[in-house]
Design a protein around this ligand. Structure first.
Ligand code: NDP
Ligand code: OXD
Length: 319
């Protein structure tokens, strides 16, 4: 077995960036050997596993594992591993990631607020026609999830001037933002919200939450001119068929979706061509790899010094 401070880092990433991650850990991993899945070598060397959508069961084959690092914010795929070893799990949480997701939700909130789909349709007709434009202060935006990312998003949306509210499990205080929490807070939160932004993690409690009866509880008679959904959380929070039905019957006036129950979104999905749907390929968030690798190495240093880790995942809560 390698010395405690020098055990190997395993990079197990599903996707084309795997080799790039391994290269960065080789350059910045403070001399620790780096293994790129599926070339694990001697499994007993591995102390740190840096994963993103790694195959379930893999981590259980590493007898000397000390730390699991989720190279993204959402840990739903990782926690679904039935053989997850009992070692600490930390996840990505950083200002760079939060601001990128914030850019995404602000972009799409402003797009609805400023009637951009309508002006784009008019441009195709060479039609010069101005429509009444409410002030941001007349429009109620609601953010589900006031975590690391949601808190940044509500701050920026409030700075633009929207009437912003947030909903979380536990009670939160954010300057200039109305906050709701728990099951009891959900109805009043939805009843005042016209543009709904979902930044929740996928857990047993949140799965399928974005469904038809949920959309029906949103405010449709406000300045935004209808109810709109922006989901950049996780695909299994939403029921695609319910979104389509709600778009068709006017329960929703628009939906911007970055995430889907099945990714990539299958070509035959009617969402692709729906005139009121905006589809992006799970690209709301990203993080400069250099930043994330530096964060991971700082966590490893904390582990070695016996200091508390940051951004630790609570397995019972599921996020
Ligand atoms: P956090 O864990 O920091 O925040 C999660 C928030 O959701 C918390 O405020 C939590 O409440 C709240 N929450 C969880 N369960 C419930 C519930 N049942 N009812 C009400 N509120 C609930 O996560 P992040 O902000 O870092 O990230 C959020 C999610 O965004 C990730 O899990 C991931 O799925 C997604 N994501 C998507 C990206 C993309 O590219 N599309 C990029 C990055 C993240 P409390 O604070 O009280 O615990
Ligand atoms: C994340 C993501 O969870 O990229 O960070 O979806």
């Amino acid at each position: 077995r390698l010395a405690m401070s020098g055990g190997a880092i395993l990079v197990a990433v599903d996707g084309p960036q795997a080799a790039q991650w391994a290269g960065l850990f080789r350059a910045r991993g403070e001399g620790r050997p780096v293994r790129l899945w599926p070339e694990i070598g001697d499994a007993s060397d591995v102390e740190i596993a840096c994963v993103w959508r790694a195959p379930h069961g893999l981590l259980a084959t590493l007898p000397n594992l000390r730390l699991i690092v989720n190279l993204a914010a959402g840990v739903d795929h990782l926690l679904a591993d039935p053989n997850l070893p009992d070692v600490p799990i930390v996840r990505a949480a950083h200002a760079d990631l939060s601001m990128r997701v914030t850019e995404y939700v602000v972009l799409h909130t402003l797009r609805y607020h400023r009637r951009q789909p309508l002006y784009e349709a008019q441009q195709r007709q060479r039609l010069w026609k101005e429509h009444p434009q409410p002030a941001a202060s007349e429009v109620a935006v609601g953010v589900m999830g006031l975590g690391v990312i949601g808190t940044e998003a509500v701050r920026v949306l409030a700075r633009i001037g929207f009437r912003v509210a947030g909903w979380s499990t536990s009670e939160k205080l954010v300057d200039g933002v109305e906050t709701f929490h728990g099951a009891a807070g959900l109805d009043p939160f939805l009843a005042r919200t016209e543009i709904l932004i979902c930044l929740l993690p996928l857990t047993k409690t949140t799965r399928g939450i974005l469904n038809r009866s949920f959309f029906a509880r949103l405010k449709r008679d406000g300045a935004a001119g209808g109810a709109f959904l922006i989901n950049a959380g996780r695909g299994r929070l939403q029921i695609d068929g319910d979104i389509l039905a709600a778009l068709d019957d006017g329960t929703l006036s628009g939906a911007t979706l970055d995430v889907f129950p099945h990714e990539p979104l299958p070509p035959e999905s009617p969402l692709w061509a729906h005139p009121k749907a905006t589809i992006t390929p799970h690209n709301a968030g990203d993080i400069l790899p250099d930043i994330l690798v530096a964060e991971v190495m700082a966590q490893v240093a904390r582990l070695d010094r016996g200091e508390p880790l940051l951004n630790v995942v609570d397995r019972t809560r599921g996020y």
